[in-house]
Write a protein that binds this ligand. Structure first.
Ligand SMILES: Cc1cc2nc3c(=O)[nH]c(=O)nc-3n(C[C@H](O)[C@H](O)[C@H](O)COP(=O)(O)OP(=O)(O)OC[C@H]3O[C@@H](n4cnc5c(N)ncnc54)[C@H](O)[C@@H]3O)c2cc1C
Length: 472
């Protein structure tokens, strides 16, 4: 029997026939990533319990079989797909989704690693609770932990790391580590779970988690605020935090170049600027509260404070204030990426810099483009409240003097150098490392950090069988 057929037969005997896929048409959806990543899998295994994953990992280690853990495959750096060798086994967590226990008194939920974010929130809703990481995809909890997902409300709730209490992990040799901590306070040594947060699943397979959850806000209030410059955006952010920190939930900033295409391609969405030009930046401000409207007029508070800012010191930098429904304004934010794709080639950067340097960084990037790449538009938008920006560069390929691949490679080096070396920033604010960012990890990570990762990997996965991301 051929080696791959032998492995498939062994896995079927271990997990059940329908848990193992080998046909090319069945494997296709595990092989290609959402944005990057396209490989070839030996097979896909879909175990349904931690015990099965433990057996599977021990089997793979004994045979030297390389494994790619995969959740909902919504990651954006190609880290969830097998490489091109055809020798990697995809370990899909999609069937590991049975444990979902809500504990309203402790305000936690115990979940299997393959539980989807939407399923968790459905189970929490009857208790008036919510897992507060909010994004435009429906990932698994295991995948969210492995990528330390941040969301649009990170300003208030933090990222996954901040809301994670405990983990269950299967190590590459099959050992099950039960660190499903049920205590909010537990200072008893190494906080082991952190090793698996944001490390792309290369130290172990996350099979369970205890997450902290929050009460669903009873009301939200949103406004769009026009700002003449990046500095005006930062002044507005400080005013909002000073006066409204208790209820300040989100601060998303959209440049005129990113907002214009949304209005062009979605004339059905509310355009508060009408036929006028949007200013340099538009900030989407959201407040939320668990207090009912009868106790706190949140929209009134927001309108009054923004009015006061316009009249006050920061007012010079503000052009407009529009109050509106949350859905209406968030729809603008959520249609940006797809609207930009209708405009031409898009090169997306997921960058962070210290918040204080957001305006200066963006200006420097725009100046670099104007000087060396006049055919490119910077269409930036993002989570300025957390120092994160999705600097999207858009151009018509026919206008470029050089092939797209050349332009992309040059720009990646120049923009990341600017962010990391020029502005103390990160080349990956929230999406992780993965093959897409591997060469930048290699270039920018200090040798002692790599050495610590190497020691961990040598101990836990000496044959480098798990994942394709390298942190050593
Ligand atoms: C439309 C869209 C919007 C997004 N918006 C945001 C955003 O606002 N903020 C943000 O931070 N991210 C965002 N993301 C990316 C986000 O990181 C991923 O959606 C998600 O966190 C990955 O979860 P997943 O289950 O899809 O994992 P996958 O994509 O399947 O895997 C991601 C990584 O985790 C590993 N992994 C998966 N499951 C496990 C497991 N159980 N054990 C060990 N390793 C595992 C994989 O090997 C891979 O390295 C967005 C993605 C999309 C498509």
């Amino acid at each position: 029997m051929h080696e791959s057929a032998r492995i498939a037969a062994d896995l079927r005997a271990m997990l059940g026939a329908d848990a193992v896929l080998t046909e090319p048409e069945d494997l296709a959806r595990y092989e290609a990533g959402w944005r990057y990543g396209a490989g070839k899998a030996l097979a896909a295994a879909r175990p349904g319990t931690t015990a099965e994953i433990s057996k599977l990992m021990a089997y793979c280690q004994a045979r030297g079989l390389r494994v790619m853990p995969q959740g909902a495959n919504t990651g954006l750096v190609g880290a969830s797909n097998p490489d091109a060798s055809g020798e990697m086994l995809v370990l899909s967590l999609e069937r590991l989704n049975k444990r979902l226990e809500v504990d309203p008194v402790n305000r936690t939920a115990l979940v299997d690693g393959g539980v989807l974010l939407s399923s968790l929130n459905e189970a929490l809703a009857p208790h008036g609770l919510l897992f507060p990481i909010d994004l435009g995809a429906d990932p698994t909890l295991g995948g969210m932990i492995a990528t330390n997902t941040g969301g649009t409300r990170l300003l208030k709730y933090g990222d996954v790391r901040h809301n994670l209490q405990g983990l269950e992990v299967v190590l590459p040799d099959g050992t099950v580590v039960d660190a499903l901590n049920r205590l909010r306070k537990n200072n008893t040594g190494l906080d082991l779970k952190q090793l698996f947060v944001g490390t792309s699943g290369i130290y172990g397979v996350i099979t369970g988690a205890v997450v902290q959850v929050v009460p669903v806000p009873r009301q939200q209030a949103t406004a769009l605020v026009g700002c003449v410059s990046g500095e005006a955006v930062l002044a507005l952010l400080q005013s909002l935090e000073r006066d409204l920190a208790d209820v300040f939930t989100a601060f998303e900033v959209i440049s005129a170049n990113a907002l214009g295409p949304v209005f062009t391609h979605h004339p059905d969405l509310r355009n508060p600027y009408g036929t006028g030009q949007p200013p340099a930046y538009t900030a989407l401000v959201e407040l939320s509260s668990t207090l009912p409207g009868a106790a706190l007029d949140l929209a009134g508070v927001l309108e009054e404070r923004l009015g006061a800012f316009v009249e006050g010191e920061a007012g010079e930098g503000l052009t407009d204030v529009f109050m509106g429904k949350p859905d209406e304004f968030w729809a603008l934010r959520h249609h940006i990426s797809e609207s930009l794709r209708s405009e031409g080639k898009v090169l997306a950067f997921d960058i962070s810099v210290p918040r204080s340097r957001m305006a200066a960084f963006t200006e420097a990037a725009v100046a670099l483009l104007a000087e060396a790449y006049p055919f490119i538009r910077a269409c930036d938008f993002g989570h300025w409240g957390d120092g994160g920006t999705h600097l999207n560069l858009v151009w018509r390929e026919a206008d470029a003097p050089r092939p797209t691949a050349e332009v992309v490679a040059e720009l990646q080096t120049r923009i990341y150098d600017l962010a990391v070396r020029g502005f103390e920033g990160s080349y990956s604010a929230e999406h992780g490392v993965g093959p897409h960012n591997q060469r930048f990890y290699d270039a920018y990570t200090p040798a002692p950090v790599k050495a610590v990762n190497q020691a961990l990997k040598d101990r836990l996965d000496p044959d480098r069988l798990l994942g394709t991301t390298r942190l050593d």
